[in-house]
Ligand binder design. Structure first.
Ligand code: C5P
Length: 223
């Protein structure tokens, strides 16, 4: 029987790398829902749209030609044939994505798209690992397995600094702090991701290595 594994958490919780590894090990598809919000943000910025213009952004959400790859080793993001996998990680995208993500019409469109991708993966194969902010609560509350990854602010900052700057020295930490803390605050209206919802397994990864975090999820899935 196909399964859905829903994994929520803030940035720096290890969510993306853990989700991918779990999908790979279990032979499941993989969906990064944050990449979808980032893709729409990139698209709006390319068109010179004001990302706070609720109606204009919502109209783009309904029509922009997004194609998401769901192989854990080829989680590609294309719009209209252009590969934007790298572009969606740009700082300008990270800085604006919360405007897009707090747009309720955008969230409704993304919810439908995400549920369709989940249904397709369950139909075609063994199932899917879906990571984001509202997967355990809104997108797939009936998923067979649901996790909330968390980590101390210190651990999250260090991880993200190493990702962004290849170091966690003081200047990298300071630059990362700005980005992460601001985005968490901006996101807090759409996701209460610090408390697991009833039935959701919380995993604090602060003191876990990457392999231990993956094992914690796999153990719970296989239990
Ligand atoms: O996971 P990532 O940090 O790439 O997500 C980028 C942004 O997308 C988040 O800061 C949040 O604003 C939004 N997001 C969301 N709901 C999700 C996934 C991401 O609102 N399920």
């Amino acid at each position: 029987n196909p399964i859905t594994i829903a994994i929520d958490g803030p940035s720096g919780s290890g969510k993306s790398s853990v989700s991918k590894a779990v999908a790979r090990q279990l032979g499941l598809a993989y969906l990064d829902t944050g990449a979808m919000y980032r893709a729409l943000t990139w698209w709006c910025l390319e068109r010179g749209l004001d990302t706070t213009d609720v109606e204009a952004v919502a109209a783009q959400a309904d029509t922009f030609p997004l194609v998401i790859g769901t192989e854990p080793d080829a989680a590609t993001v294309h719009v209209g044939g252009t590969d934007i996998g790298a572009a969606i990680r740009q700082t300008r995208v990270s800085e604006q994505v919360s405007h897009i993500a707090t747009n309720l019409q955008v969230r409704a469109t993304m919810r439908d798209l995400q549920r369709q991708i989940i249904a397709d993966a369950r139909h075609a194969g063994a199932g899917i690992v879906v990571e984001g902010r509202d997967i355990t609560t809104v997108i797939a509350p009936d998923a067979e397995h649901r996790f909330l990854l968390s980590a101390s602010e210190e651990a999250r900052l260090a991880r993200r600094a190493r990702e962004l700057f290849d170091t966690d020295d003081d200047s990298a930490l300071a630059a990362t702090h700005d980005q992460i803390v601001r985005r968490d605050a901006a996101d807090s209206t759409v996701s209460a991701f610090f408390e697991p919802a009833p039935g959701v397994v919380g995993i604090d990864t602060s003191d876990l290595t990457f392999d231990q975090s993956v094992a914690a999820v796999l153990d719970a899935v296989e239990a």
